[in-house]
Design a protein around this ligand. Structure first.
Ligand SMILES: NC(=O)c1ccc[n+]([C@@H]2O[C@H](COP(=O)([O-])OP(=O)(O)OC[C@H]3O[C@@H](n4cnc5c(N)ncnc54)[C@H](OP(=O)(O)O)[C@@H]3O)[C@@H](O)[C@H]2O)c1
Length: 509
């Protein structure tokens, strides 16, 4: 029997709760959080009852707030009744980041609990710039809102968006403040990449299929390529991005997570802690990295063309300093020093203003040890390649050789193709909807644990410091035209990983 359901928390046992969104007037709330919550509401997956309170310094009343958020759904011919039913649970409270304001918020929450019967269960979602994370955690603590299960007052959870710090030191500092007021099990550090079906499916694919694990190691795999290519530039996040760059924005979190899911050992059971233990081990096994060597390439996009339209270079983007040395592209070649992966290169590539948006993991297998067909076909037998794609499609593709029909021996590469959306017609959840639902259900599986974050920063911080020294001197930053696959020195390798063309050898970086 095919199993079409997933292990989402059973909505019938989700406790009533209030979701407090700090940054309720912001971009993330409008574009991701509210649409995700509305989708859950339409699928009847939110607890009953529930309440949402947007908070911010902007002065708004409930009606204006609801109207602002509804713009997205007001299209001619659209039935607004579902939105109106959802919006009746939406509230807004103007706040300042002061003790008094948070005591007022606590009073509002108590009042709503009484009226809406939300039982004192609260999720505090920090959809605000990261410098506010410690301030909000502290104020929640001071207002008594971080307490849990005291006098049966329900639970309290805090949801933190990336970036989790700027380097190892700031990540540890942030954690210290969070832990002053919240226990680890109350903290949910979101990485929405992990909530994609194919990313989760990687564990199932690896550990629920006998044929996969025996070949998932250095004996059969030539290299692993992990790519997160973006077509967009910095958009309206110039000041954040120019202080972060691609290594902080993509590598510390999303790329590391894709790496650990590809490389981790099977956990002894499928519990959040057992999975996190195995993930942390992979990061701790990464071979020391010296940015000056040939294992890192950093780039920045210049003017170019995307989809036939001329676009400006990074330094001409609004809000970016004209001599900025911030990298918008990176390719890293990493090694994991353990028995399974010794000397197998992992290529991590991410960049902005590349020709198309694409996220994928490529497992490139080794060539057959001896080719029977070499005399007839020369060297051109492509080795097997497995592609696990999360964007634009959620798909798994395995490339293998077959014989062309006819009397002569002529090989042809074919692809076994599994598309998630073609095969599973049931409604799949958007990544934000999935993580919010898991947080409501108290499931930590898809969230970062602090030791993973610290291990990731411990690996990347010296690299970042070294890169920043070199980039500032202008030594190691290479430029690439927007719309290309990155700096010239890397395009050969990038194309091998990104494009669907078949290659069987990793060229040296
Ligand atoms: N947007 C995305 O797609 C995205 C993706 C991944 C992660 N994130 C992370 O999610 C968080 C929120 O992102 P966002 O794009 O929604 O941010 P945002 O629009 O810049 O800010 C959200 C809200 O925070 C308040 N705010 C801004 N600056 C403030 C300041 N200096 N002091 C106090 N309040 C301030 C503003 O509300 P008031 O003025 O009303 O207080 C603003 O509407 C950030 O940490 C970001 O890194 C965002």
């Amino acid at each position: 029997m095919e199993l079409h359901t997933c292990d989402l928390p059973d909505e019938n046992i989700l406790s009533p709760c209030t979701i407090v969104i700090f940054g309720g007037s912001g971009d993330l709330t409008q574009r991701k959080l509210i649409p995700a919550l509305f989708a859950l509401f339409q699928q009847e997956r939110l607890p009953k009852p529930f309440t949402i309170i947007g908070c911010g310094r902007t002065e708004l009343d409930n009606t204006t707030y609801r109207n602002q958020l509804s713009d997205h759904y007001r299209h001619e011919g659209n039935d607004l009744s579902a939105w109106l039913a959802f919006a009746a649970n939406l509230h807004y409270q103007t706040i300042e980041y002061t003790k008094e304001s948070f005591f007022q918020l606590a009073a509002t929450l108590r009042d709503l609990d009484q009226r809406k019967k939300t039982m004192g269960n609260r999720i505090f979602d920090l959809a605000v710039p990261p410098q506010l994370y410690p301030i909000i955690a502290t104020l929640l603590g001071q207002a008594g809102l971080a307490r849990e299960h005291q006098n049966d007052n329900g639970w309290g959870r805090i949801v933190v968006e990336k970036p989790f710090g700027h380097d190892l030191n700031s990540a540890t500092q942030l954690d210290k403040v969070l832990h002053t007021h919240f226990h680890e099990q109350q903290i949910y550090r979101i990485d929405h990449y992990l909530a994609k079906e194919t990313v989760q499916n990687l564990l199932i694919f690896r550990f629920a299929n006998t044929i996969v694990e025996p070949v998932w190691n250095r004996h059969y795999i030539e290299y692993v390529g992990i790519t997160a290519a973006e077509k967009l530039g910095v958009e309206n996040r110039a000041s954040y991005y120019d202080n972060s760059g691609v290594l902080r924005d993509m590598f510390q979190n999303h790329m590391m997570q894709l790496l650990v899911l590809s490389a981790m050992e099977p956990p002894y059971r499928l519990s959040p802690d057992a999975v996190q233990d195995e993930k942390a081990k992979v990061i701790k096994s990464l071979r020391n990295f010296h940015p000056q060597g040939s294992r890192l390439c950093l780039g920045q996009y210049g003017p170019g063309t995307i989809d036939g339209d001329k676009v400006v270079g990074y330094r001409q983007e609004q809000g970016i300093p004209e001599h900025s040395k911030t990298p918008t592209f990176a390719m890293m070649k990493l090694f994991i020093d353990n028995w399974r992966w010794q000397d197998v290169p992992f290529y991590l590539v991410s960049g902005k203003r590349l020709p198309r948006k694409e996220t994928r993991i490529v497992i490139q297998f080794k060539e057959v040890p001896h080719s029977l067909f070499q005399g007839m076909l020369g060297d051109s037998i492509h080795a097997n390649r497995l592609v696990i794609e999360t964007f634009p499609e959620e798909a798994i593709r395995l490339n293998f050789q077959t014989k062309n029909p006819g009397t002569s021996v002529c090989l042809r590469s074919m692809t076994m193709d599994f598309s998630y959306h073609e095969h599973f017609k049931s409604i799949s959840l958007d990544a934000y909807a999935r993580v919010l639902l898991d947080c409501i259900g108290g499931d930590h599986m898809l969230f970062w644990r602090q030791d993973g974050i610290e291990a990731s920063w411990a690996f990347l911080t010296p690299v970042l410091e070294e890169c920043e020294r070199h980039c500032q001197s202008g030594k190691s930053l290479q430029f690439y035209p927007a719309g290309s696959w990155g700096p010239e020195t890397t395009t050969d390798m990038t194309r091998k990983i990104i494009t669907s063309a078949e290659y069987n050898k990793a060229s040296s970086l």
